[in-house]
Write a protein that binds this ligand. Structure first.
Ligand SMILES: Nc1nc2c(ncn2[C@@H]2O[C@H](COP(=O)(O)OP(=O)(O)O)[C@@H](O)[C@H]2O)c(=O)[nH]1
Ligand SMILES: [Mg+2]
Length: 193
């Protein structure tokens, strides 16, 4: 069975979704080593960024699709999900609604992708005082995991402001992807069509 591991360099498409203002652009920029921007700049449609990370001596190239989170961009977003290898869902630890909205994000993602892929959930802005009880976060993630069935879910609490856990979160998804046999993903795509 051919797996991603046998490639010299692996390229993975990752879509990053979540409500507007939760920190998707700040997280990708932080991962790419850009300076943190305190002001809010609306992402229009999608921004595509490429970044290479070294994981256990292997070069992994991520093509990160930073999608605009506002409901009015839903029509534009739908075509962007095609061919994704993993999804990153972000919520804001100071906005409980953004956590609950992950359920509708899950609906949108899988309506458009049609097969199960690894999922990374990030609770962002952990540099600010906690607003959501850990128990509620745990319950929501458990519920999402149950709905996803096949997919692997990892959770990290992050800060794009001070960089906490950002690189480790991407490493976690990279490790999951490196273990994913290519053939399995293709089979899932074909079955879904
Ligand atoms: N304190 C704090 N602010 C953040 C963090 N991440 C993003 N922000 C701020 O939250 C706002 C929205 O961030 P942005 O990345 O544009 O959100 P997006 O709409 O999800 O792309 C901006 O003002 C950011 O500076 C974080 O980890 N901590
Ligand atoms: Mg943005």
């Amino acid at each position: 069975m051919k797996s991603f591991e046998s490639n010299q360099e692996s390229l993975f498409k990752i879509c990053i979704v979540g409500d507007g203002g939760v920190g998707k652009t700040a997280i990708t920029d932080r991962f790419l080593g850009k300076k943190f921007q305190a002001g809010y700049q609306l992402t229009i449609g999608a921004e595509i960024k490429v970044y290479t990370q070294n994981i256990d001596g292997k070069e992994i190239k991520y093509q990160i699709w930073d999608l605009a989170g506002q409901p009015r961009f839903e029509f534009v977003r739908s075509s962007f999900y095609k061919g994704s290898h993993a999804i990153i869902m972000v919520f804001d630890l100071t906005e409980i609604e953004s956590l609950f909205n992950l359920f509708s994000w899950k609906q949108e993602v899988f309506k458009n992708i049609g097969y199960e892929i690894p999922l990374l959930i990030l609770g962002n802005k952990n540099d600010l005082p906690d607003q959501i009880e850990k128990r509620i976060i745990r319950d929501c993630i458990k519920k999402l995991k149950h709905e996803f069935l096949l997919a692997e879910i990892s959770y990290f609490s992050t800060s794009a402001l001070n960089g906490q856990n950002i690189s480790d979160a991407f490493k976690a998804i990279g490790r999951i992807l490196l273990r994913t046999p290519l053939i399995d993903l293709y089979e899932k795509v074909i079955i879904a069509k």
